[in-house]
Ligand binder design. Structure first.
Ligand SMILES: Nc1ncnc2c1ncn2[C@@H]1O[C@H](COP(=O)(O)OP(=O)(O)O)[C@@H](O)[C@H]1O
Ligand SMILES: N[C@@H](CC(=O)OP(=O)(O)O)C(=O)O
Length: 478
């Protein structure tokens, strides 16, 4: 095992640059203490939204505009918006004109070469006889990489100004070596670096054969981070984010009510990732768990706090709910077929369709004649799956509806009375429960509710299962 840490800085934190320098990158370190760390950086908050499309609202960025190809100047304007946003960001970070020029020149050079490439493709497709569909995926990858190229370049530059021997490790480069896998790309780039004397600032985007965005979707920096930790056998992997990993989204239940999670295990992290919670990428935990690398989630704004430690073997000392979270919209795909009783094969056929169309299964349940899958996917994808299944099973009643899923999670939630408490809390908050799932392995309970009730349900369950028990603990300790 190496003697170094691998640390990822998320986009929201990156945008608070002065704090990141004071609390994370430098944080009072001098000389040798500065080294033996590898940083993986995300684009500054909002940049990838401008480059691809807005993560939450879906508002089109450069990529979406280029694909839609509507309006002569549309994507060009989008790219100029990116240039302006990056220059503005540089202006807030670089006080000295010379270094700001250097940072701006880097951005300009990258944007200009991307623009030239897009112009070529645009000209080609204007003939109407060439299919540029595959190239559009490549465009998406190239655009995404720009966000992390900018953040890694400026971070390394700022560090050098502070006397740190930092080096930008640019994994975004596209070219023939793009045929390499993510792992090969990482190993080749880090091989020449002496970690005891150099501080690598690695782009969270990595050009690789499968395409980072295509394979891992948004939040892909965590995959680069996780693979680097695994491949270099890091002592510890650390994610620096805007909030403490908390008992619920602080934005939803209120900062004062959400409690920091001190420790938890990868089992809980899996459940969080499965629900699409931004705290950790669904696939990032796996490699770390398999190689026994502890993962720490730290709050950038709380320098002294050690954060949340996620290990393979932790179990809470007494049964309790650690986190209340969920998905505001999932598609409940119901497949009802009376002939199903005693027959097998329906489930496999549904799964095959879901796999083909790339729908993410959050959860599923079944009884004698009905199989319900709870999916995170676009409405379009669900419609296609539905149509395909209806074609294959004309006698089945297949439907899809939007619902919300709220989940209570903990490394051990086997507290007697937990389910009744939860149901009473939901009822008192006026939330009708549409369905519920509870595995024999006591790690989570999922409540399916109306979409409109999502936030109320999270607040009610958090209050009843986390805030109240926390208060009781406090009384016991006093
Ligand atoms: N249980 C939770 N604990 C902490 N943050 C949460 C939780 N649930 C949802 N969030 C949300 O996750 C979002 C992503 O935060 P963060 O990972 O810091 O962003 P970034 O990846 O840009 O650094 C925050 O806006 C926060 O509101
Ligand atoms: N910048 C990319 C990759 C990423 O991981 O970002 P963040 O760490 O801010 O979630 C995105 O927005 O998807």
């Amino acid at each position: 095992m190496g003697n170094h840490s691998v640390e990822k800085i998320g986009g929201t934190s990156m945008a608070a640059t002065a704090t990141v320098f004071d609390n994370v990158l430098i944080a009072g370190r001098e000389g040798a203490e500065l080294y033996n760390r590898i940083f993986v950086v995300s684009a500054y908050a909002g940049m990838t939204d401008l480059l691809l499309e807005h993560k939450k609202t879906g508002a089109p960025g450069v990529h979406a505009r280029f694909v839609n190809n509507d309006g002569e100047e549309c994507w060009r304007e989008g790219l100029e918006d990116v240039r302006n946003a990056m220059h503005e960001r540089n202006a807030t970070m670089f006080a000295r004109a010379g270094s700001r020029d250097e940072a701006d020149a880097f951005v300009d050079q990258r944007i200009d070469s991307l623009a030239a490439c897009l112009e070529d493709l645009d000209r080609l497709r204007s003939h109407g006889r060439f299919s540029v569909k595959d190239q559009l995926m490549t465009v998406r990858e190239m655009l995404a990489g720009l966000g992390e190229a900018h953040s890694a370049h400026s971070t390394a530059l700022l560090l050098r100004h502070r006397g740190v021997n930092a080096r930008m490790v640019d994994l975004t480069h596209c070219g023939e070596e793009d045929q390499a896998s993510l792992d090969e790309r990482i190993l080749a780039a880090l091989e020449p670096i002496d970690l005891t004397r150099e501080l690598p600032i690695v782009t969270g985007y990595a050009g690789c054969s499968d395409g980072m965005v295509r394979r891992y979707a948004r939040g892909y920096s965590e995959m680069t981070f996780s693979r680097i930790a695994v491949l270099t056998q890091a002592r510890e992997a650390i994610i620096h984010k805007e909030f403490h990993l908390s008992s619920a989204d602080p934005k939803l239940v209120g900062k004062g009510k959400a409690r920091k999670i001190g420790r938890t295990n990868y089992d809980v992290a899996d459940q969080l990732a499965n629900l699409g919670m931004e705290a950790i990428h669904p696939r990032a935990g796996r490699g770390l768990r398999q190689t026994d690398i502890p993962l720490r989630v730290r709050n950038t704004f709380d320098r002294e706090d050690e954060g949340t430690l996620i290990c393979g073997n932790y179990v809470s000392d007494r049964p309790k709910v650690e986190i209340v979270t969920g998905v505001p919209t999932v598609h409940a795909l119901q497949f009802f077929e009376q002939d199903m009783v005693g027959e097998k094969g329906y489930d496999a056929a549904i799964l095959e369709a879901l796999t083909r169309h790339g729908a993410w299964i959050v959860s599923k349940s079944s009884n004698a004649n009905t199989i319900t899958h709870y999916l995170t996917a676009t409405g379009k994808t669900v419609a296609r799956v539905l149509e395909e299944l209806q074609g294959a099973y004309p006698g089945a009643a297949i439907s899809a509806q939007k619902v919300a899923m709220v989940s209570v999670i903990g490394s051990d939630i086997a507290r007697p009375g937990l389910v009744p408490d939860a149901l009473v809390a939901l009822d008192r908050a006026g939330v009708g429960m549409m369905a519920m799932q509870h595995q024999i392995r006591n790690v989570d309970i999922q409540f399916v509710v109306d979409c409109a009730d999502f936030e109320t349900a999270v607040r009610a369950l958090h209050k009843a299962l986390v805030e109240t028990t926390a208060a009781a603990d406090g009384r016991r300790a006093a």
